[in-house]
Design a binder for this molecule. Structure first.
Ligand code: NAP
Ligand code: F7E
Length: 327
């Protein structure tokens, strides 16, 4: 039996599912933390049933975290669980702070109590940069978060750094820029667009309503980004890394690419709806991952175009038709 044991919080999410696959391939025993729900929320890891051990716990409940660590006895903990949808953080700012901010401290305290030799990964976010003084952003760029989510993540980042420095824990913060996949939640803009383009192509819908088309993001493929998490915990020294493609695209660019892939004109179908415009916006996020490339040897393998086309094709297939469209 492998002596590499990993506990993933947020295993039912997009990143958790890709990370679990990667760690299993690497020979780890994988434990996943799940919170109780009245219906199953494990669709993304259904194909891993029997290969991962699920443990019930919640980031809001300190003792449940201690219990999960005592049961799994992990050598590595990947803290991916969070309230991760930025617009929800204005509707539920306190809950977002509890999950995505203070929840990190609860997990770090549980690690100190159960086994301080555990290596800890914190899922930090480019949303911490917010209103940026420079582009691209790197590990030294100051944070100016523009959403309650970004504020909560900045707390999670700094408490990770502080516990590393206070208690000599092997704790790292991965500052990941947007990463997407066919497993992305339907409310995030990439998936909303690829699902929307597929629905319109198949005659299931006629229009797609979006918010700010001018926002710019640095979008990569989730499968590439979870590899960086593993590399950070395998590195000889705990330190923080930006993970990004280094390319920026606007939401408008993404719309054009997705619609072009199915042979549709976005002008005829896409409408701007103020309901999707945020109270404050991170206008331009683009990352400089040279530290991760240099020290970890990390490189993304899937391009922006490949990722968008992969997502459109997956949505077309899911919605019931093979992608044999002539464009
Ligand atoms: P996701 O798909 O929304 O998954 C979030 C996960 O967190 C789900 O498994 C969810 O469980 C779990 N969770 C939420 N609240 C919890 C709680 N109180 N206790 C236990 N589990 C809880 O998010 P993702 O895209 O995979 O992102 C993974 C992490 O990376 C998140 O922390 C996110 O903020 C961060 N991040 C993401 C990106 C990105 O572009 N994807 C970029 C930077 C950072 P349920 O299934 O029960 O809801
Ligand atoms: O928005 C604009 C929106 O919700 C991207 C999370 O994983 O990445 C993600 O956060 C951009 C924003 O992602 C719509 O205003 C326009 O500028 O896909 P998103 P996000 O807010 O960047 C970071 C790194 C994380 O850490 C987060 O967990 O797209 N936009 N129209 C729209 N966004 C949405 N959702 N819906 C629209 O209709």
């Amino acid at each position: 039996m492998s002596d590499r044991r990993a506990l993933i919080t947020g295993i039912t999410g997009q990143d958790g599912s890709y990370l679990a696959e990667l760690l299993l391939d690497e020979g780890y025993q994988v434990f996943g933390m799940v919170r109780r729900a009245s219906t199953e929320s494990s669709e993304r890891i259904a194909h891993l049933a029997g290969r991962v051990t699920l443990l019930q716990a919640d980031l809001l409940d300190q003792f449940s975290l201690v219990g999960a660590l005592e049961e799994a006895r992990p050598t590595e903990v990947y803290n991916l669980a969070a309230q991760s949808f930025v617009p929800t953080s204005w509707r539920q700012p306190v809950l977002t702070a509890e999950f995505s901010g203070v929840g990190v401290t609860r997990m770090l305290e549980a690690i100190r109590m159960v086994d301080p030799s555990v290596r800890f990964y914190q899922a930090s976010s480019s949303e911490m940069f917010g209103k940026v003084p420079e582009a691209p952003q790197n590990e030294l760029t100051p944070f100016y978060p523009r959403s309650p989510y970004g504020v909560a993540k900045a707390y999670g980042h700094f408490i990770t750094v502080n516990y590393r420095e206070s208690y000599d824990l092997f704790a790292v913060s991965g500052i990941l820029f947007n990463h997407e996949s066919p497993r992305r939640g339907l409310e995030f803009v990439t998936r909303k667009i690829t699902d929307g383009a597929a629905r319109i192509k198949l005659g299931l819908a006629d229009e797609l309503r979006l918010g700010n088309l001018d926002a710019k993001r640095d979008w990569g493929f989730a499968g590439d980004y979870v590899r960086a998490m593993l590399m950070m915990l395998r590195h000889h020294e705990p330190t923080d890394y930006v993970v990004a493609s280094g390319e920026e695209h606007s939401v408008r660019d993404l719309v054009e690419l997705a619609f072009e892939h199915v042979g549709l004109d976005p002008e005829r179908h896409v409408r701007v709806d103020p309901a999707f415009v945020r109270p404050t916006e991170s206008d331009r996020l683009v990352g400089d991952a040279s530290k991760a490339r240099r020290e970890l040897g990390w490189e993304p393998r899937v391009s922006f175009r490949e990722m968008v086309e992969m997502m459109v094709d997956a949505d077309l297939a899911r919605l019931g038709e093979r992608h044999d469209v002539t464009v």
